[in-house]
Design a protein. Structure first.
Length: 1228
């Protein structure tokens, strides 16, 4: 080996190197003719090479790039000179090709430790693990016998793929290079006209295979190393090819090196530390410093960040505000929009979560790719105005009610769910449109569906529309998977689609090009290897997903900029006028040695590779190089003042040895340390530190008041806007107009709302225990401090009841240190606060009436009653959060299921039909029907199987539901399904059956009665008018309507009764023909006592709407009772009776009778304060009036928020802005 070593000082390269490089460029004569020696310069990094070439070019105007290489570039040139086999392009396609070989070898037990069972699947993760281990061992120059001993199967696989593809595998690049260099009979053209190589300083932690390559090169051509001074053991010294003494004088230099004396003295670096109090402010402080440099005319700035161009978003935003472009670093292929949605389409058909609601919803709303051409789908056979377009609510409803959570076999469940009759749904055409879209989508995906799913799709019973019953036209694609993918790409209109990208259009096109190129390469490799196309769609999908997972989008360099952003490795050997080093923290510098999988510590020590001190030596060398890399070096240091940001070890080592007083950098002067300037000096542990303040807080007084102003020091647009805001706070003139004069008030909304709640009237004095609602309703902004559902303490004898108050309705408070209840004052209409922007947000704006539904459902009305903002966001803007089902059974699904089974059991026992009023009342009730309880239980089990076929699945949720509902485990349930024998009552169903025998006098007349369907004047029943004179129409389904006889053994119908609709307050002239009970069925996982019943009476309006709608639709009927049938662990039929009829109904067994409303409600026009007066019809009047006010508020833009306990489970709480005030917390 012919190697010499010269130690050089850190910093700029010695002048003789540049002068010789210039002379070599302009003088082509060989050394034998008096010209300069021909030297091949190997630079430390690509950037240092480019900067060195720029210096040559600025002096000569020309440059010979072939004489200036990096170590990797030299290896590539030598490899080409040796005429070794072409390198196979490294990428996902080559990985999959070798994976197919290793799969075959694994089945032949060539990897006995990793794969001891021959028929087990060999995953691609094991292929990647072994290839990574092989690459690591080769880069560390592990002995060949080690590779053969431990990775014989891998080596034989690589041998096979190199033979088939006539190329060299990438991990063997360096070993082939070494073999070629060791064969001295092979000539290398690159060295023929070169007198020697100068190897610039390199890190001592270089891969050992490069040392071997350099040793081999030195056998052919002399190498002169230039290395920094310092300890080689600690990493300060540069790379040593051989442990030799450095030259001492010019006499020791090789003859082909220009004569010069080795430089021994090293100048001190011009380095300054700028301390920051928090690591998070590093980007803003750095931007300020860069701006100062740019303003002073500095155009050569090097910003060194451990992440390089892969900067956090905050850094990119700050640099963008200065007009500094940031190069795009390498990113995953999946980040391309086109590739992402192709992957999503494949995952719909083939993944662990295939056909999940989340995947269907996300694909339904995207517009990047199309699986079928909408305009080519034939028209609907009868409804020509509808098209195959998905409806989000339909998808969510089906997934929730049918428990469609994704996975293999779920396609059949989706098809069966869509084919179910939707004629009774609120919008049946939306169901059929979504069904049609689903069929078109799955038909388009058919080339990549498995055989089972294809058979499901070909079942023509699923092709009939769920509403019209007509066969829906769609195409089952018969293409191969590869042609299917080409077809999907051919349907893309990238010109139009890319306009909607958040990123750049090129990302989508480049990603698509890489994907198709890799797949094309894969098919070419498979053909060369004699491998057939994928046998199954699962294998094809796995291949494409593997390409997408492993694929990488290339780095995109930024255009020229005076500020270059690089990693520490990329700037080794570089020089710049100004250098800024950021993030010298342990979080960004990883000093751990990462061992590849399967390589144990003992084996690493035996091989002598991957030294544990390697990363720390490498970091020491890089930091030392950076400190000397600029005329001025600035370090942004959070490690001293921010305890959460510990320094990386080599950084703190340096400053322990160099604790000199910190001098001012060129961009600062003593005048910059004035108050509020953003710069200061502080004394820390007897050291004077320069600190860049990210922000500072100062009081400002205008003479009458003092405010606190927070100044943010930054250069971004956001920081400038903040400074403008501070000028406003100081009552000073701004330089720019505000984006919005009122936006600041939005951030203060929760604060002044809390203040208004605290000011809400509560204390009472004098004889009246209640506030008059009419007097204080303008001041009521939240019902959270109010008690609407009374507890026993609110009905104590020493407290007057609400009806005993002179004025009614009432709002409670604290009276004689006792809390009194309130009559529901919602919807709330608090008074204006005379700040227009705030009042407008709360519905006090003027304008045209909003378009509201012609027909209202109780749930829609309830949203507006509970909170005007909730009603607006949820019911008008549809801005509620996504409803994605999880593994557990949704409470609504459980409720619907129990509804269906309970109602079905009653209907079968009494010969009733769903939603149809029965005319024959023999038998009157389930209890008197004579049906055996075992038969009732069997009927309920049969209905359960019909409505919940997913209960036959084997999972924990299914087992839990079966035990809860029918008292069976999965095995017993399957046994019953096969035999269908009568079974005794058990589980929750047993309680439901038992409860029916406790109400023998309650006569069901209709289950799921549809109000608003029998008028003949369009949908909806008019239940009244609001104060503007607009009719209020409602619709809905009453769970259960019962008749009760006139007395214990009385008739159900009094033929002498009136034939007009019942007045709101019946007088002696009007007489009912039938007495009616309205029941609402509620389900829960536990017993709740009467809580839900009280809530339905005093907070909800559903029972009142249903009661009045029934009376209007059934002239002569009088609703004498309403209540909740609560199905928990026990089933209780609560019923609130009209006291006017208590004497008639008292002896009847019709449920758990309550008397809640007496004493709470009285007619609006009544002045009676008697606590004994009937409150039932007054309650009905009050709740209907609440409905009218809510509808009128929605029409007149009144969206006043009402933060209350409802916020805890509100679907729009994330975007409301006031939900933090609500919730279950208590006001003190």
């Amino acid at each position: 080996m012919e190697i010499t070593l010269e130690q050089i000082p850190r910093g700029p390269l010695p002048e003789w190197i540049l002068q010789h490089a210039i002379q070599q460029t302009i003088d082509p004569r060989p050394i034998s003719e008096g010209g300069p020696s021909r030297i091949l310069f190997i630079h430390s990094s690509a950037l240092s090479r480019d900067k060195f070439l720029n210096k040559i070019s600025s002096s000569t105007g020309i440059v010979d790039r072939s004489s200036h290489l990096t170590l990797n570039g030299l290896c590539t040139k030598i490899y080409a000179d040796l005429r070794e086999p072409r390198m196979l392009p490294d990428g996902p396609s080559l990985e999959l090709a070798i994976h197919s070989i290793m799969q075959r070898k694994a089945s032949q037990l060539e990897f006995p430790l990793l794969h001891p069972i021959e028929d087990r699947k060999w995953p691609i993760s094991k292929t990647r693990t072994l290839l990574r281990l092989n690459s690591t061992l080769r880069r560390n120059n592990a002995p060949i016998d080690t590779l053969i001993e431990h990775l014989q199967g891998v080596q034989s696989s690589i041998d096979e793929i190199e033979k088939h593809l006539a190329g060299a595998y990438s991990s063997r690049f360096h070993s082939r290079l070494v073999g070629g260099l060791e064969n001295l009979e092979k000539s290398i053209f690159t060295f023929e006209l070169v007198d020697g190589i100068i190897l610039m300083d390199h890190s001592p932690n270089i891969d050992p295979i490069y040392l071997k390559i350099l040793e081999c090169i030195s056998l052919r051509i002399p190498i002169h190393q230039l290395c920094y001074h310092g300890s080689h053991r600690l990493g300060y010294h540069g790379l040593l090819i051989d442990d030799i003494h450095p030259v001492k004088s010019s006499a020791d230099l090789p003859t082909w090196i220009p004569s010069h004396e080795p430089i021994k003295d090293e100048k001190s670096p011009n380095i300054h530390r700028i301390h920051i109090r928090e690591a998070s402010s590093s980007a803003r402080v750095t931007s300020r410093i860069i701006k100062k440099y740019l303003d002073s005319g500095i155009d050569d700035i090097l910003l060194i960040h451990p992440s390089g161009n892969n900067l956090p978003a905050q850094w990119k935003n700050e640099l963008k505000s200065l007009g500094i472009p940031v190069s795009k670093s390498k990113s995953q292929l999946r980040s391309s929009p086109f590739v992402h949605w192709i992957s999503s389409a494949i995952q719909i058909a083939h993944s662990e979560e295939c056909f999940s609601l989340e995947s269907l919803l996300s694909f339904a709303v995207q517009r990047t790719i199309s699986l079928f051409e909408l305009e080519k789908v034939p028209n609907h056979p009868t409804e020509t105005h509808i098209r195959p377009i998905p409806d989000r609510e339909v998808l969510e409803l089906l997934a929730r009610d049918r428990r469609l959570i994704g996975g293999k076999g779920v396609l059949h469940d989706w098809l069966r769910a869509f084919s179910s009759d939707a004629s009774e749904s609120r919008n049946p055409l939306a169901f059929e449109q979504t069904q049609w879209w689903f069929l078109c989508t799955i038909g388009a995906l058919s080339p990549i569906l498995n055989n089972q799913d294809i058979n499901f799709l070909k079942d023509e019973s699923f092709w009939k529309g769920c509403f019209t019953g007509q066969e829906l036209p769609f195409e089952i694609n018969e293409l191969t998977p590869d042609l299917w993918l080409n077809n999907v790409i051919s349907m893309m209109n990238n010109e139009n689609v890319s306009n909607n990208f958040d990123g750049e259009r090129e990302d989508g096109l480049v990603g698509l090009q890489i994907l198709m190129s890799e797949l094309s390469n894969l098919r070419s490799y498979e053909k060369s290897m004699g491998i057939a196309l994928p046998e199954t769609t699962e294998i094809w999908c796995d291949q494409v997903q593997a390409v997408i997972d492993s694929g990488v989008l290339p780095e995109v360099s930024s255009p020229f900029s005076p500020v270059l952003i690089r990693t520490p490795d990329e700037v080794l050997g570089c020089q710049a006028k100004r250098v800024i080093l950021v993030e010298p923290t342990a979080d960004y510098w990883d000093l751990r040695v990462t061992l590849p999988p399967l390589l144990q510590e003992e084996e690493r020590q035996r091989l002598g590779i991957l030294r544990p001190d390697g990363p720390i030596r490498h970091t020491r060398h890089l930091l030392q190089s950076i400190y000397y890399s600029g005329e001025e070096v600035v370090v942004i240091d959070p490690t001293v003042l921010d305890e959460s940001s510990p320094p990386v070890a080599p950084y703190v080592e340096y400053w322990r040895e160099h604790s000199n007083p910190e001098s001012l950098p060129s961009f600062l002067s003593s005048q910059d340390f004035s108050d509020g300037s953003g710069w200061c000096r502080i004394n820390h542990n007897d050291n004077l530190l320069i600190v860049a303040e990210d922000r500072n807080v100062e009081p400002y007084s205008d003479g009458s008041s003092t405010i606190v102003v927070e100044n943010i020091h930054g250069v971004s647009w956001r920081s400038k806007r903040s400074s403008e805001g501070n000028l406003l706070l100081k009552r000073q003139q701004t330089t720019t107009l505000p984006l919005s004069y009122t936006s600041a008030l939005v951030t203060l909304e929760s604060q002044y709302f809390e203040d208004r709640i605290q000011r809400q009237p509560s204390l009472l004095s004098g004889s009246e225990a209640y506030h008059s609602e009419a007097k204080i309703r303008d001041s009521v902004v939240s019902t959270k401090p109010l008690t609407i559902i009374p507890k026993p303490k609110h009905l104590a004898k020493d407290l007057p009841l609400p009806v005993e108050n002179p004025s009614w309705p009432v709002i409670g408070g604290l009276w004689n240190e006792k809390e009194t209840m309130s009559i529901d004052p919602r919807p709330l209409f608090p008074s204006e606060i005379e700040i227009k922007a705030v009042d407008n947000r709360h519905g006090h704006s003027q304008g045209n009436e909003w378009k509201v539904p012609d027909v209202w459902s109780p749930s829609r009305i309830q949203s507006w009653i509970e909170c005007g903002r909730k009603g607006w966001l949820r019911q008008a803007l549809y801005a509620d959060s996504d409803d994605i089902p999880d593994e557990e059974l949704d409470t609504r699904t459980r409720g619907v299921l129990i509804h269906e089974v309970t109602e079905g059991m009653i209907e079968k026992a009494l010969g009733m039909s769903r939603s149809v009023e029965r005319t024959s009342f023999i038998p009157r009730s389930v209890a008197t029907s004579g049906t055996d309880q075992n038969e009732l239980m069997t009927n309920m089990a049969t209905l359960l199987d019909e409505h919940a076929p997913w209960l036959s699945r084997s999972d924990v949720v299914t087992d839990e539901r079966l035990r809860d509902l029918v008292g069976m485990d999965e095995v017993l349930w399957r046994t019953w399904l096969s035999k269908r024998q009568n079974i005794p009552p058990s589980g929750r169903f047993a309680e439901i059956i038992a409860s029916e025998f406790q109400i023998p006098d309650s006569v069901p007349i209709c289950m799921e009665y549809k109000i608003g369907k029998n008028e003949g004047n369009g949908e909806g029943t008019v239940i009244g008018t609001d104060k503007s004179g607009n009719e209020i129409k409602v619709r809905g389904s009453i769970d259960r309507v019962d008749l009760v006889p006139f007395g214990k053994d009385g008739e159900l119908v009094d033929e002498s009764g009136s034939s007009e609709a019942a007045p709101l307050y019946p007088d002696g002239k009007w007489k009912p023909r039938r007495l009616v009970l309205i029941r609402d069925i509620k389900t829960a996982s536990k017993d709740r006592g009467s809580d839900k019943h009280l809530n339905a009476l005093l907070e909800d309006v559903q029972l009142a709407i249903y009661a009045r709608a029934w009376e209007i639709e059934h002239q002569g009927d009088l609703v004498v009772g309403v209540g909740v049938s609560d199905i928990g662990l026990e089933t209780i039929h609560h019923i609130e009776l009209d006291p006017e009829w208590i004497s008639t109904l008292d002896e009847l067994e019709i449920g758990e009778k309550t008397d809640v409303l007496t004493g709470l409600f009285r007619p609006y026009t009544s002045t009676s304060t008697s606590p004994e007066q009937s409150g039932f019809r007054a309650w009905l009047d009050h709740r209907l009036n609440t409905v009218f006010k809510a509808v009128n508020a929605a029409r007149n833009r009144q969206v006043a928020p009402n933060p209350s306990s409802v916020c805890s489970y509100c679907s729009v709480s994330d975007i409301c802005g006031l939900s933090g005030i609500g919730g279950e917390g208590k006001w003190v």
